[in-house]
Unconditional design. Structure first.
Length: 616
């Protein structure tokens, strides 16, 4: 009772801030360990040593974990001559550490001091500045600060619970449930260029919905393409509120309401409204739900998602739709439309959420920069939804809601596994292995086949994969977001891409090795590493069994679908070739564009599993 009274007395905002701060430190330190401390030999994880002067909470954390289950993480920062200390659940060869104590620092000639997120971030960024001989990155520090503030606001507003039994409502809840964001990004919830009030108003994690803001644009200023029987503006008009499309001289363009305000402040748009080329129709119609990307909007009755432009910097990029990205999405759709019948016959559980039309505005301005800003600001893409795509009884859930969502994801996975256990009458570990095996097969086979057989590079990271589950078990996989889909240059010449401009072709092309790096990172590191960490939380033996599932399916893939190219790549993985890990911390530290990202080796567990981990 006393503990409950104390909890009620605590300030919810303070508790949310403390939880957000702690999670920020965990993700930042995970990045630093994987990208810097581990490769440079400055990280050790093991038993207690030299403990005489160590903080009492370190001893308590070890004792609370049974006295033997925890391990000490010790990190040296050689150029600032500091040391960091925390208790983790145990060693992790992939760097997926779970922290069980506060974080401490020891500076020269000073006692151990408790760290907050700002102290930890300052230490690590100062060490990186000295190591790389570059100035301090104040921008990254601000992004981390922003991420903590956003996370705290989300946590304070959240009320986690089981997903709805209604499939599309459950999908919305999964899209809006990402409390913490990318577990290996220094600022996973950073949103710059938006006020705190607007962040609360439009963030999916706040459980929000809102009407679209419509503009009517004279048809001679519409920029659009479609591979469908109807044009993009015709499809939009069919889904718009009754009466909005009455004047046939104009075409409708829906926008995110925040973006509408941005556009209305643009001088060229204001002038176009003043001369009647554009009409501002305001917020209209049913409420749409922002999905995890924030700018992609969903309504259960609309057969299409609307991927809108949003001039807000979300983590790495300002999320506006450039013309070359609009063209690229359509080109990928054309290619996939030719391949999908055979692909779905080979992989019945696969659905690709094509992007078959786009719409924007070209005011034919003499000022090239202003024209670009207007076109990018209005740019929107239609993405195919779930109509006629879901198998009977299947509920679509965002993979990130299960695997990239820390303790909230673990809770969701326990719900699914319990449902599968009840249906199949099997022990918990067996249910976990069967669930994961089904998921790996549904996802990995088509992704690898598209790359090896067709030179198409999907990005199956946690926000690009939707899992269709029935009775708790994976039955379908939906791949989405053609902005991230690339084409292997050696397979697609200029002649294959005549329908797009030079900039779109360059953006679509990856060389063969870069394509493989991107797939291997998204599939094995961003997706499977996190899935195994969540499903096998606190159970190293189960985690080994789940990696054995991955190894088993690589063998099966090669037997059923492989060729000489896949044999070489898969053979290297099975022999222990490291996975490529995206360097999110260093990319942000050096302010690199996302396309210029670098990769570094992440230990591959596939070749070091014992015989007792064999799976079939």
């Amino acid at each position: 009772m006393q503990a409950n009274n104390l909890a009620h007395a605590l300030d919810p905002a303070l508790m949310a801030w403390q939880e957000a701060s702690r999670r920020s430190m965990e993700t930042l330190l995970n990045c630093y360990c994987r990208e810097v401390a581990g490769p440079q030999g400055q990280l050790s994880v093991g038993p207690l040593f030299g403990q005489n002067d160590w903080p009492q909470s370190i001893h308590m954390a070890l004792h609370n974990n049974g006295g033997s289950g925890g391990s000490i993480m010790h990190i040296r920062l050689p150029l600032t001559d500091a040391r960091l200390l925390a208790v983790v659940e145990g060693a992790s060869i992939t760097g997926n550490y779970r922290y069980q104590s506060p974080f401490y620092c020891k500076a020269p000639a000073k006692p151990w001091a408790l760290l907050d997120w700002e102290g930890l971030a300052g230490l690590l960024l100062r060490e990186l500045s000295l190591q790389t001989e570059t100035p301090a990155n104040d921008e990254l520090m601000q992004q981390i600060r922003d991420s903590v503030a956003v996370t705290a606001a989300i946590l304070q507003a959240s009320c986690a619970g089981p997903f709805s039994s209604e499939p599309l409502q459950a999908f919305i809840e999964s899209e809006q449930s990402l409390m913490f964001g990318h577990p290996f990004h220094p600022a996973p919830k950073s949103r710059q260029g938006v006020s705190h009030e607007d962040m609360l108003r439009y963030s999916p994690e706040m459980g929000v919905s809102f009407p679209l803001h419509y503009f009517a644009v004279r048809r001679e200023y519409l920029l659009q393409q479609s591979v469908l029987a109807a044009s993009c503006d015709e499809i939009v008009a069919q889904q718009a509120p009754a009466g909005l499309a009455a004047d046939r001289r104009y075409g409708l363009i829906p926008t995110h309401p925040w973006q509408a305000r941005y556009l209305l402040s643009h001088a060229s748009v204001a002038q176009a409204i003043g001369t009647g080329r554009i009409r501002d129709l305001g917020p209209q119609g049913e409420h749409y739900y922002p999905t995890s990307s924030i700018r992609t909007l969903f309504h259960p009755d609309n057969p299409y998602f609307y991927k809108c432009s949003l001039n807000i910097r979300i983590t790495n990029c300002v999320r506006k739709n450039a013309v070359y990205e609009l063209e690229g999405a359509l080109q990928v759709t054309r290619i996939m439309r030719a391949l999908l019948p055979a692909l779905q016959q080979r992989f019945p559980g696969l659905r690709v959420m094509e992007e078959p039309a786009f719409l924007s505005v070209d005011l034919k301005l003499n000022d090239v920069q202003c024209a670009k800003e207007v076109t990018e600001g209005f740019g929107m893409i239609l993405r195919r939804g779930f109509h006629d795509a879901l198998h009977p009884g299947v509920t679509p859930l965002l993979a990130g809601a299960l695997f990239g969502n820390h303790i909230h994801g673990e809770a969701r996975m326990r719900e699914l596994l319990a449902q599968m256990q009840r249906h199949g009458a099997m022990p918990s570990n067996e249910a976990a292995e069967q669930w994961f095996s089904r998921y790996v097969a549904e996802l990995m086979y088509p992704v690898l086949y598209c790359y090896f057989a067709h030179g198409i590079v999907f990005e199956p990271h946690l926000q690009n994969v939707v899992i269709g589950v029935a009775e708790g078990e994976p039955q379908q996989v939906f791949l989405r977001d053609f902005e991230g889909v690339k084409l292997v240059r050696e397979r697609y010449s200029e002649q294959h891409l005549q329908g797009v401009g030079a900039q779109a072709r360059e953006a679509l092309w990856y060389d063969n090795d870069l394509g493989w790096q991107r797939i291997a990172y998204c599939l094995f590191v961003n997706n499977f590493c996190e899935a195994i960490s969540q499903i096998g939380a606190g159970n190293p033996a189960l985690q080994n069994r789940l990696w054995a599932v991955v190894r088993h399916h690589l063998h099966v893939y090669q037997i059923r679908h492989g060729d000489t190219a896949s044999a070489e790549r898969i053979g290297a993985l099975l022999s222990g070739e490291p996975f490529p890990g995206k360097t999110n911390l260093m990319n942000r530290f050096f302010k690199r564009a996302d396309r210029a990202t670098t990769y570094m080796p992440v230990v591959n567990p596939l070749s070091i599993l014992g015989e007792d981990s064999a799976w079939s």
